[in-house]
Design a protein around this ligand. Structure first.
Ligand code: TXE
Length: 479
């Protein structure tokens, strides 16, 4: 099946006539083609967006809300089709796509369809000066949205929904590794009555198509989710062009377990926070620190549960761990497992490719638990982004806080304790944008979402996203 660009409300082939192979991670086979769009395609998408902007930016909030909610309803009505497409493209279990990815994409549109009607701006009366200040929050114009392969439609729509809700028009590029659901979204938007040119989707490599977007002088803001290295590159290109940037990058998140936690809930959730989506979520708790008094018990119980996880074809309902997204990514994760051994880590379980019957060429890997002897080893410092976690004990709060913060990332942290004062002490000092206590990945879309340090710049979610996608103008009237 060949993917096409969606420009000005129409599907079209790339002017470059350059095509990339689209692989199915579960089988390792090529199952379609993806455009490698050129600067010309990006310019055409920009022109369509620019032409649609005057009318869309003046469309009433009620009408914008109605269209976004209609998109949400159509995604829900096509749940199975989108879930199967997402799974085939990414390698994740169909059930996971059906329960998480596609419903969340629908929620993104519904949430911002409602939020835009509640997005108020402020006014200030200059008492004694007979003057009134009020703030206009105006859409930026044409904005760029670039998203990664791990949660394809989930993250693609997490950017697009607030951007168009705020009255902007969009040039969007999904990952070239997982283009399918973004491609299918085009027809849904047309059916929902989204005016042509408001959303334009161009497919292709980051270094060609993505680069053309970030270099475009009139695309005034870039919302990006992906690797830290790419985020730094985008910032370097965008800085002299004074583009607004939202960068949601990598993570190496601590999962800190104190002896006073609700043990069974912690254990069950820790299996999920370690291996959900094959560990390919920037929020996964990939560094597990356990208070020494329960470390041996945890090690035994956790390894036993991890060994029980089933690696299989994503379409099987019994599959817990599907295929990794690509062969190069599988090799990268395997390299890290070798590095762990060279650093005297102990592979407590996993560490090997899996040959799934009838799908021997798929990109399958066992969920892997590595006991490390120091927090400063590479597998504890670098983002692996696969079904691999490290574990080690700690003695005091200060010890674990110091280790948790001693990485270049600062996206999320998970904390397991029933001690309220400890919760506040740790939450205040953890260098992260998100702290989950006695839970993981509980998401309220109104909350600010993003990280610090090498995990990025800016926040998505709720009014933070609508602020990013608008410019604040202060008007002061003397009367
Ligand atoms: O990300 P990239 P990749 C991490 C994870 C992963 C690493 C690299 O560690 O192994 O990043 O993954 C586009 N101009 N995360 O290679 O390269 C690219 O086409 C403009 C964490 O997938 O950052 C894709 O659409 N765009 C992350 C998007 O950027 C460019 C999730 C992300 O690709 C570009 C995924 C350029 N020069 C990976 N180069 C998270 N935070 O969830 C690439 N792109």
């Amino acid at each position: 099946m060949s993917v096409q660009n969606y420009i000005n409300g129409q599907y079209e082939t790339p002017s470059s006539n350059e095509w990339l192979d689209n692989f199915c991670p579960a089988t390792g086979e090529v199952y379609g083609k993806i455009p490698n769009s050129s600067k010309v395609d990006v310019e055409n998408a920009y022109i369509a967006a620019k032409s649609a902007f005057p009318s869309w930016s003046q469309t009433t909030l009620e009408e914008r809300s109605r269209i976004l909610i209609k998109i949400s309803e159509l995604l829900e009505a096509n749940l199975q089709r989108f879930a199967e497409a997402e799974s085939k493209d990414n390698g994740k279990p169909v059930l996971l796509a059906k329960e998480v990815d596609i419903p969340r994409a629908a929620s993104n549109f519904r949430f911002f369809g409602n939020a835009i009607t509640q997005f108020a701006s402020e006014s200030h009366e200059s008492v004694g000066h007979d003057a009134l200040n009020f703030t206009l929050r105006q859409p930026i114009g044409v904005v760029g949205c670039i998203s990664p392969w791990n949660l394809p439609l989930y993250l693609f729509t997490w950017k697009i929904a607030p951007a168009i809700a705020a009255g902007n028009c969009v040039v969007a590029k999904p990952s070239e590794v997982t283009p399918m659901t973004a491609y299918l979204l085009g027809e849904i938007c047309t059916e929902a009555g989204l005016p042509k040119g408001v959303l334009n989707i161009v497919h292709g490599l980051g270094t060609t198509t993505g680069q053309a977007i970030i270099e475009h002088p009139d695309i005034k803001a870039i919302s990006f989710t992906g690797g830290t290295a790419t985020g730094a590159h985008i910032a370097k290109v965008a800085a002299p062009m004074f583009k607004k940037l939202s960068l949601e990058l990598g993570g190496k998140n601590p999962n800190i377990i104190f002896a006073d936690c609700d043990y069974d809930t912690m254990l069950k959730t820790t299996v999920r926070s370690s291996f959900a989506n094959q560990g390919q979520i920037c929020l996964c708790g990939s560094r597990i620190f356990v208070e020494r008094s329960i470390y041996e018990k945890f090690k035994t119980d956790f390894v036993q549960k991890v060994k029980a996880l089933k690696v299989g074809h994503p379409s099987e309902s019994s599959t817990n761990i599907g295929a990794l997204v690509s062969k190069p990514h599988l090799e990268k994760v395997l390299d890290y497992i070798e590095i762990a051994k060279q650093e005297n880590g102990t592979i407590l379980c996993g560490g090997n490719k899996v040959s799934v019957k009838d799908f021997e060429n798929g990109y399958y890997l066992e969920p892997t638990v590595i006991e490390v002897i120091t927090d400063e080893c590479r597998v504890n410092q670098e983002e692996i982004f696969g079904p691999v976690v490290t574990i080690m004990p700690f003695d005091t709060e200060d010890d674990v806080l110091q280790m948790a913060n001693k990485v270049k990332y600062g996206l999320s942290a998970t904390l397991w304790t029933n001690d309220l004062k400890r919760t506040m002490r740790m939450s205040n000092q953890l260098q992260a944008g998100i702290v989950w206590v006695n839970t993981w990945m509980m998401r309220d879309l109104r909350t600010p979402f993003g990280g610090v340090k090498a995990s990025g710049v800016g926040r998505e979610g709720g009014f933070e996203a609508l602020r990013f996608f608008t410019e604040a103008k202060n008007v002061c009237i003397k009367y």
